[in-house]
Design a binder for this molecule. Structure first.
Ligand SMILES: Nc1ncnc2c1ncn2[C@@H]1O[C@H](COP(=O)(O)OP(=O)(O)OP(=O)(O)O)[C@@H](O)[C@H]1O
Length: 247
């Protein structure tokens, strides 16, 4: 389950990314991105297809080399730290496309989410996490591959929670999810933040649903931040919506 973390008394964000660059071989995909994610905040990064959202999360999760800039999590650098070392430090990434283990049951997928932690603790946390996702509880013995897209997304998020994150990074949680379950997933994310004081960084193409639950929003285009501000301000500004969010 998420660590309960009190806000830093000095106001330091949990994650501070400064001028971050990343590349696929010779192709640069991020060009000096700077974002801040305060403790217990929900921050969204919005942008069209190919803007660099997935690349940003991959660079922050040790899945893609950082070629410039800094990423400081809880006072320590996480740039170019391998993914398997980041999970025990509380940096957990729920990838795009969910990637649940289709042949395993819901329960087995959840147990795997806690692979770095003592088994007894994980068993206890599974019950708590399932409290947020009653649909998963009902299907605990089903094979994950038989769940709907939205239920698989819930499972991917629940599995991420079993790793005991301090920062949970979600890549397009709305993708391939029916509208009614989208709303359920996003309001559950807000409940989890409120109850666990978990910090969330969400990248999304669906600006409306992401801004609705976020405190701060960033818009990226071709690997650069082109706009940021309080989520309510971004959501309410028609010029911004037209220019950047397809509104
Ligand atoms: N494996 C790869 N090799 C080379 N270039 C890549 C690779 N993956 C992504 N890119 C390029 O990096 C840029 C950013 O892609 P990225 O997947 O981060 O965008 P995105 O905002 O997440 O879009 P989407 O919503 O489609 O996932 C794009 O120009 C893309 O073509």
């Amino acid at each position: 389950m998420a660590n309960a973390v009190e806000p830093d008394p000095h106001g330091e964000p949990l994650l501070r990314v400064d001028n971050l660059s990343a590349a696929y071989g010779k192709i640069r995909a991020l060009h000096g991105v700077s974002i801040e994610v305060p403790q217990a905040a929900i921050v969204c990064v919005l942008g069209a297809n190919g803007a660099g959202k997935t690349t940003l999360l991959r660079a922050l999760s040790g899945l893609l080399p950082v070629t410039g800039g800094t990423a400081i999590f809880s006072g320590q650098s996480i740039a170019n730290v391998p993914a398997e070392q980041l999970v025990p430090r509380g940096v957990v990434h729920v990838p795009q496309g969910r990637m649940v283990f289709a042949q395993l049951s819901v329960k087995e997928n959840l147990v795997l989410g806690g692979y770095t932690r003592p088994a007894a603790e994980v068993r206890h946390d599974i019950d708590r996490v399932l409290g947020y996702f009653p649909r998963l509880k009902e299907r605990i013995t089903s094979r994950a591959g038989t769940l709907s897209g939205g239920e698989q997304q819930m499972l991917a998020i629940a599995r991420g929670l079993l790793a005991k994150p301090r920062l949970l990074m979600l890549d397009e949680p709305s993708m391939g999810v029916a509208p009614i379950l989208k709303d359920a997933i996003f309001s559950t994310l807000r409940d989890i933040r409120d109850q666990e004081r978990l910090t969330l960084l969400i990248v999304e193409q669906d600006a409306d649903i992401a801004l609705d639950i976020s405190d701060q929003g960033y818009v990226i285009e071709t690997g650069r931040v082109v706009m940021h501000g309080p989520a309510a301000e971004l959501a309410g500004n028609e010029d911004i919506r037209r220019a950047y969010l397809g509104g």
